[in-house]
Structures are given as structure tokens and as C-alpha cells.
Design a protein. Structure first.
Length: 152
């Protein structure tokens, strides 16, 4: 573990003079997001524009696009390392490139409502290299009106 921290620190220090480039970029084959994750001394800060989305009322079988915007309000690059939807009914994606200080990125999700009628409350866990928690919980909620089933 100490070796990983040393590599991350060397990578960060070597590139720290250039604020417009990812200080974790390297030609050693080390994933920059991994280097940022283990460099806990240089974690950044994240600010969510919206962490709760109310999609209102939809019909069962409809899909909803969810888009959560966040800002890097720290001093080092921000990485979204992973997203974990709480249910298989949601597929997520996120900004893969480092988000430089002062810039923004997105976590998106598509909620597929088939077989999820009624009041809905679901979460997406987001893992980051941030000081203000490394795990962030995004929420979406709404009402899914049941589909009309034919009685045959």
C-alpha cells in the first residue's frame, strides 16, 4: 500500500506545475483514476447541483433519464471512480475524464419502470476521490402508474 501512495505522490508532484492537465496522467500504465483514489492527501471537494430528482408521475413501462450535475470545488482533479445503482432497473454512466478544479461533470441514469409500479424511491451510490465523503448518495423518486393488464 505504501508503494501505491508513493507512486501517486510522485505522479502528482511531477505534474503539479501544469494546472490545465491531469497531474495523474502517466506513461507507467497506471490508471489516473486509481492514482487519484490512493492519493488521499490530495483529495478534492465536490458540490452537487442536484442530488435528489423527483421525476413526477410516469406510466409503468416508461423510462426516465436522470441527470445529476456536480462541480469540482476543490484544488485537484476530481474523478468519479464508480457508480452503483441500488436496483437492476437503473443503468448509470458518468463523466470518465478528470474534472478539473472549477469545472463540472455529470452522473446520468436511466430508470426503467417496468414492474416497478407505485411510489418509487431509488438510489445511486457514487464513489469519488473527495474529502467531503468518498461515497455520495443520489436519489430519484416519483410515482409509476400501473400498466393496464388485459384479463385473458
Amino acid at each position: 500500500m505504501l508503494y501505491k501512495k508513493q507512486v501517486a505522490l510522485i505522479l502528482f508532484c511531477a505534474a503539479a506545475c501544469n494546472n490545465n492537465k491531469n497531474p495523474y496522467a502517466n506513461n507507467l500504465g497506471i490508471d489516473p483514476a486509481l492514482a487519484a483514489q490512493i492519493d488521499t492527501a490530495h483529495y478534492t471537494l465536490i458540490e452537487w447541483k442536484d442530488s435528489v430528482i423527483d421525476f413526477g408521475t410516469i406510466h409503468e413501462g416508461d423510462s426516465v433519464l436522470l441527470k445529476y450535475k456536480f462541480y469540482n470545488v476543490g484544488k485537484t482533479p476530481l474523478f468519479i471512480l464508480q457508480t452503483r445503482p441500488a436496483c437492476g432497473c437503473t443503468v448509470t454512466d458518468f463523466t470518465k475524464d478528470p474534472i478539473m478544479p472549477g469545472k463540472y461533470g455529470y452522473v446520468t441514469g436511466v430508470f426503467k419502470s417496468l414492474y416497478h409500479s407505485g411510489n418509487t424511491y431509488k438510489t445511486i451510490q457514487v464513489i469519488t476521490n473527495t474529502r467531503n465523503r468518498s461515497g455520495h448518495l443520489l436519489v430519484f423518486k416519483g410515482v409509476v402508474e400501473p400498466a393496464k393488464r388485459s384479463n385473458q
